[in-house]
Design a protein around this ligand. Structure first.
Ligand code: NAG
Ligand code: NAG
Ligand code: NAG
Ligand code: NAG
Ligand code: NAG
Ligand code: NAG
Ligand code: NAG
Ligand code: NAG
Ligand code: NAG
Ligand code: NAG
Ligand code: NAG
Ligand code: NAG
Length: 845
């Protein structure tokens, strides 16, 4: 609460803190225990901080109450004028100094705030000389009544006032004169008092952008004078009451991004004065937009993601004043209506993510002269063939034509000199990118997304390297095309550059060294080759580097310095060799380091253990060797969740780690030369989803404690020399989808039931003495006789065992972790969706 971001708008105090009259007879409460010395002193100090200025009140009943206060004989403050004490404790719980000719300023160090037992405080009708209400008001946490009307406070009401939890519901609900209340973006939380909606004089209520603020809409009274109602971006829920349609004065209604459900009431049709309507991003039931049409004064209409279906009704024809129309993210069908051409004031139009049918002539949009923002997706478009367009076509700033089956760049783009954002992804644009595209938003273009097309390269640029000319370009996304030839060099302004999944060849130009702002570089899945330029390790702004699946050779660049900001680095699937550069230890922010499938020859990089943020490390399929050593510092990979050292030449398992993370989720130690027994301590890795120890030289029994790894989805112990029975405890693993113990020396009955009924023969092959389903060999002994009881052994062996217990994993999980910092980019929503799909928890039941 009360962050400095709070957008307090100055409030007219006379309206704001008006409270009922109270304590008007307080001088009669005089038969009480003596007040404490400290409270008495606080009151006297408070008195002394003011002058008495008789010229200052127009109230005929005003008199200087504090003049009777003194430290002499009568020093029981409970008997002083305006002071009310608790009968039991003697604490000062009420102070009424209204109309007392007080003249002076008040600040946070005022002794008033020592009176922490105060429940009621009335300072109305004095002159506090335009003081601000001091934030120390928060110390009076038991206040239930506060009256500061006509007291010449000024400035903003401090957010701290909202900490007065006993006050807030009353303060707001009792404000029978309140006309205007604005509490947006104040970090309010808890349930908003519904009484506030019903304040008889309230005309404007803005409580949006408080994401933890919950609440419901009440039944509204048709006599309510509400004109502005904004709850956007908060957590209100429940239904929109039909009676909202009775608020005939409403001109501004913003309920966007809340959790409202149910039907949108048809009564909203009666809100004919509305100028602004935002119901977007709520979980309403599917219904048509037939309640729209009479709100002909609307200039702003945002109905994105409200689950609407059916056609766009022709009643909307009349909303010709609209400047903004957002209908994206619904299930609207039918044609995009041609009468939109009459919405001549439109500046922004979003119709993406619907199920429109039919062919739309794009000329329709070109007639909307004021249009600056157009977002369409999955619409079948035809383009006017005119080779010259008249000068009245709109000057677009954002154009998104996504998944529209475009086969070429629309010619009208040639005349778009002010474009800032151009999204043409997921179309079928073939061949070369025409030269004229360089003039599109030459000075203005910030984002160009041509990904998921069939583009082969840039037209007639034979000289290499090609340096792209857009002077303001920040984001360039050319993923998943058929680009070949050399790697285009983005302009120095670039922040985000991705050309993954093309067939580019040649080396990374040294011109990349001049990309002094770049934070995201993805060249993965191409045929790039050569050595990595040394300067790559000097790009101090770079957060994410992905070079996966190319043909780079040579060593990693070696000059990572103090202050390196790299968080993600994936160079896997290349032919890199030599040692892992020790300078990477300067990249203190590194979270994910994927070095797999190269030709590194090195010992285990235990020096990475001091990287506090490292969450995923893959050394898979290289020539790492030796025993996995204990890091010199005792930091020991404090955040590691994924470790994959499989397919190397690691040996030994003696090293013991004293501190081990219980949030490892993937551990892959397969295909090494680890030997010895698997410790029961492995059961402490509670967060493990995948454990692969296959193809080593492990001996002894399968630990019972594996049954404690309740999140485990995949367990592979195949190709070892494990013996004994498969523990019945594994029946507790209800998410287990993959189980492989083949090619060991296991004996006895296979556990039956639960997940085990889903595993087939090949999970058990090569263990000649195993018996029971799914194998054909029957068991002679009763199935549970030789097993310990199904009781967790957890805790008995808390010492973490061997390094094999904490090692490595699947690359796929690795890219999931990129979410955290990719989110900083506006355009990553698509990628986030993809990640979410890929990594959403699959549950096996
Ligand atoms: C605030 O105090 C003044 C003076 O005692 C009183 O006239 C007024 O009614 C009070 N306001 C409210 C809302 O209680
Ligand atoms: C203020 O609200 C409280 C609780 O709703 C109520 O008990 C009290 O009577 C109200 N006071 C006035 C002056 O309306
Ligand atoms: C607060 O006000 C008192 C007088 O009322 C004054 O002596 C003191 O300096 C003020 N403190 C600050 C921080 O302004
Ligand atoms: C009394 O208040 C008035 C304004 O309300 C001011 O002009 C005047 O200077 C004050 N008198 C004293 C003695 O401070
Ligand atoms: C505030 O009120 C609560 C409950 O009425 C009481 O227990 C507490 O002692 C009060 N705090 C002070 C500082 O008076
Ligand atoms: C609506 O408000 C008016 C005036 O404040 C009041 O007389 C009437 O009882 C209220 N109606 C309902 C249903 O609350
Ligand atoms: C709109 O208001 C009129 C007149 O008050 C009323 O008869 C009608 O039922 C209302 N329509 C809806 C859909 O609530
Ligand atoms: C559109 O407005 C005209 C005149 O203002 C009115 O006659 C017509 O009924 C309206 N159409 C719809 C569908 O509401
Ligand atoms: C646009 O409005 C004009 C005048 O109201 C009307 O004649 C014309 O049919 C409308 N155009 C479309 C496509 O509905
Ligand atoms: C694009 O083409 C595909 C395949 O021909 C088709 O299924 C889809 O409906 C088309 N989309 C649009 C918007 O025309
Ligand atoms: C295209 O050309 C036709 C005929 O010359 C003209 O009527 C129309 O307005 C032109 N369209 C645009 C968008 O310039
Ligand atoms: C398999 O286990 C049995 C005891 O269960 C042991 O006698 C035998 O040597 C083991 N075989 C191998 C190859 O480890």
């Amino acid at each position: 609460m009360g962050s400095s971001m709070c957008l307090f708008i100055p409030i007219l105090l006379p309206f704001f803190l008006l409270m009922s009259d109270f304590l008007n007879t307080c001088s009669s409460f005089s038969t009480q225990p003596l007040c404490s010395e400290s409270e008495s002193l606080a009151l006297l100090q408070f008195k002394q901080s003011f002058k008495i200025n008789v010229s200052d009140s127009h109230n005929p009943f005003a008199y200087p109450k504090v003049s009777s206060w003194n430290s002499g004989k009568n020093n029981d403050c409970c008997s002083w004028d305006g002071v009310l004490c608790d009968r039991g404790t003697g604490h000062v719980i009420g102070l009424d100094l209204s109309s007392s000719y007080l003249y002076g300023s008040i600040n946070s160090s005022s002794s008033l705030f020592h009176l922490v037992h105060l429940q009621e405080l009335n300072l109305a009708h004095n002159n506090f000389k335009d003081s601000q209400i001091p934030p120390s008001i928060r110390y009076l946490s038991n206040l239930t009544h506060l009256n500061l009307s006509y007291s010449s406070f000024s400035g903003q009401v401090p957010p701290e006032i909202l900490e007065l939890s006993k006050l807030v519901p009353h303060i707001l609900a009792n404000l029978s004169s309140l006309m205007y209340l604005r509490l947006e973006s104040c970090g309010l939380y808890g349930e908003f008092p519904t009484e506030v909606f019903k304040l008889p004089k309230l005309q404007s209520l803005y409580v949006g952008y408080n994401q933890k603020l919950t609440g419901y809409l009440p039944e509204f009274n048709s006599s309510s004078p509400l004109r502005f109602l904004s709850l956007a971006n908060s957590s209100f829920s429940g239904f929109i009451p039909t009676s909202l349609g009775h608020l005939s004065n409403l001109i501004y209604l913003s309920l966007g991004s809340n959790n409202f459900g149910g039907q949108i009431p048809f009564s909203l049709a009666n809100l004919t004065q509305l100028i602004w309507l935002d119901l977007s991003f709520n979980a309403f039931n599917p219904q048509t937009l037939s309640w729209l049409g009479k709100q002909t004064k609307l200039t702003y209409l945002n109905l994105q993601y409200i689950n609407s279906n059916g056609d766009i009704p022709s009643s909307l024809k009349n909303l010709t004043q609209l400047t903004v129309l957002f209908l994206g993210g619904n299930q609207l069908t039918g044609q995009i209506p041609s009468w939109l051409v009459n919405f001549t004031h439109l500046t922004r139009l979003c119709l993406y993510d619907n199920n429109f049918s039919g062919l739309v002539n794009f000329g329709l949009f070109l007639k909307l002269e004021n249009l600056s923002f157009l977002y369409l997706s999955n619409v079948h478009l035809s383009f006017p063939i005119n080779s010259t367009f008249n000068t009245n076509i709109p000057k677009l700033h954002l154009l998104a034509l996504v998944a529209c089956n475009l086969t070429e760049f629309p010619i009208f783009l040639r005349y778009q000199h002010e474009l800032e954002y151009l999204h043409l992804w997921k179309n079928k644009i073939h061949g070369q990118i025409p030269k004229w595209i360089f003039n599109v938003g030459k000075e203005t273009l910030e984002l160009l997304d041509l990904s998921h097309n069939f583009l082969t390269g840039f037209e007639s640029f034979n000289h290499t390297p090609l340096v792209l000319p857009w002077a303001s370009l920040l984001y360039l996304i050319l993923d998943s095309n058929k680009l070949h030839g050399s790697l285009p060099v983005p302009p120095p302004s670039i922040l985000f550059y991705s050309v993954k999944q093309n067939t580019l060849t040649g080396e990374i130009s040294p011109l990349f060294c001049y990309l002094s702002s770049i934070d995201y570089l993805d060249l993965s899945h191409n045929n790039l080759s050569g050595m990595l330029p040394q300067c790559l390790s000097n790009l101090s702004t770079l957060l994410s580097l992905n070079l996966q699946k190319n043909n780079f050779h040579g060593t990693l660049p070696t000059t990572y310095r103090e202050g390196c900001s790299l968080k993600f680095m994936d160079v896997s699937y290349n032919q890199l060799e030599g040692q892992v550069t020790r300078s990477l230890s300067n990249c203190k922010m590194l979270e994910i380091l994927l070095l797999g499938n190269n030709r590194f020859i090195d010992i285990f990089p235990s020096w990475l253990g001091k990287l506090q943020m490292l969450r995923a490390l893959s050394l898979r399929s290289n020539s790492f060797h030796g025993a996995i050593g204990k890091p010199k510092s005792n930091l020991e990979f404090p955040k590691l969740q994924i470790i994959d050292v499989s397919h190397n030449k690691f040996t030994g398992i003696e090293t013991e780690y004293e501190k081990i993370q219980d949030f490892l989720i993937v551990v892959d130690l397969s295909n090494n030369r680890f030997e010895g027994e698997i410790s029961e301590g492995i059961g402490n890795l509670k967060g493990l989803h995948l454990l692969n120890l296959s193809n080593n030289i492990l001996t002894g029994r399968i630990p019972f404690s594996l049954g404690n790894l309740s999140e485990l989805e995949a367990l592979d112990l195949s190709k070892n020399q494990l013996s004994g029975e498969i523990p019945q405890q594994l029946l507790q693993l209800t998410f287990l989808e993959v189980f492989n113990v083949s090619n060991n020396n296991l004996t006895g009955p296979i556990p039956q039931g639960q997940q085990f009924s889903t595993f087939e023969n090949n999970s058990y092959l090569g263990n000649t003495r195993l018996c029971g389903s799914p194998l054909t060999k029957k068991c002679n002994i009763p199935e549970t006789s030789t097993q310990p009881p199904l009781i967790s052994k957890q805790g008995e062996d808390s010492k973490f065992p061997s390094k094999s217990d904490w090692v490595v994993i699947m690359m796929g999980y690795g890219s999931g972790l990129i979410i955290g910092f990719i989110i900083g980019h506006n355009l990553s929503i698509r990628e986030l969706e993809q990640f979410a799909k890929k990594f959403g928890r699959r549950r096996y039941k």
